[in-house]
Ligand binder design. Structure first.
Ligand SMILES: O=P(O)(O)OC[C@H]1O[C@H](OP(=O)(O)OP(=O)(O)O)[C@H](O)[C@@H]1O
Ligand SMILES: O=C(O)c1cc(=O)[nH]c(=O)[nH]1
Length: 200
């Protein structure tokens, strides 16, 4: 089953055209994709892990370390790192502020080739920030792999400016196609959502 179908089946897609959800960037959205639910469904997470591994193996040569973006990217990074028998770190959105004051937890060494794993990309701000922290520690960021991207113009521009390659297993456009095919959304709803996304 496609990842789009699986996300729909587990209820990861939330729609609220009246109240709207507030994204981490502050954007108010009628839609919210809760990839965090994936961790509770072994069959779905298995598909996601396998798809991520395939993406990594086809797009990147030699990966030394997998870095998960805190928090929603962490479990996926952990499963992928485990399957590939690679070291893993995770990257906080900022330094912890107490204890060792780390932003990156785990160990990376200068010049290592690091692949960043994120669960979702809206503006790309969070994953780029995590990748920047990895780069600032002297490592080479190979790119960012995420489960889902809204394909916002802003995220495409942000990724381009950052210079990081970014790949997502599923895009908003593909998800809307699936919602239309399954009869859950009609043509007009899909058009409205695409128009809303393109205006952000
Ligand atoms: O591309 P962006 O505009 O940065 O948005 C995407 C980010 O937002 C969500 O995280 P959130 O801030 O909700 O935190 P969490 O991962 O701890 O749940 C998501 O998991 C991404 O990290
Ligand atoms: O941009 C976000 O914060 C965001 C959007 C979304 O659909 N899902 C999510 O977990 N975060």
């Amino acid at each position: 089953m496609s990842i789009a179908k699986q996300l729909i089946n587990i209820g990861a897609l939330k729609l609220d055209t009246e109240q709207h959800f507030t994204w981490t960037s502050g954007i108010k959205s009628p839609i919210y994709c809760d990839n965090r639910l994936i961790i509770s469904y072994p069959e779905v997470r298995e598909e996601v892990i396998q798809a991520m591994i395939q993406e990594i193996q086809t797009k990147f040569d030699q990966v030394d370390v997998i870095a998960g973006c805190a928090t929603a990217g962490i479990p996926h990074a952990a499963w992928v790192a485990d399957r590939l028998n690679l070291p893993m770190v995770y990257v906080r959105d900022k330094a912890k502020g107490h204890g060792l004051n780390n932003q990156i937890e785990g160990q990376i060494k200068p010049n290592e080739r690091v692949l960043v794993i994120e669960d979702l990309i809206s503006t790309g701000g969070s994953s780029i920030k995590a990748a920047d922290a990895v780069a600032e520690s002297g490592c080479q960021v190979l790119g960012i792999v995420s489960i889902f991207s809204y394909n916002l113009k802003k995220s495409i521009d942000n990724m381009k400016d950052s210079g990081y390659q970014s790949y997502s297993l599923l895009t908003f456009d593909q998800l809307l196609d699936e919602l239309k095919e399954s009869g859950q959304f009609d043509d007009q709803q899909v058009l409205n959502l695409l128009e809303w996304r393109d205006e952000l």
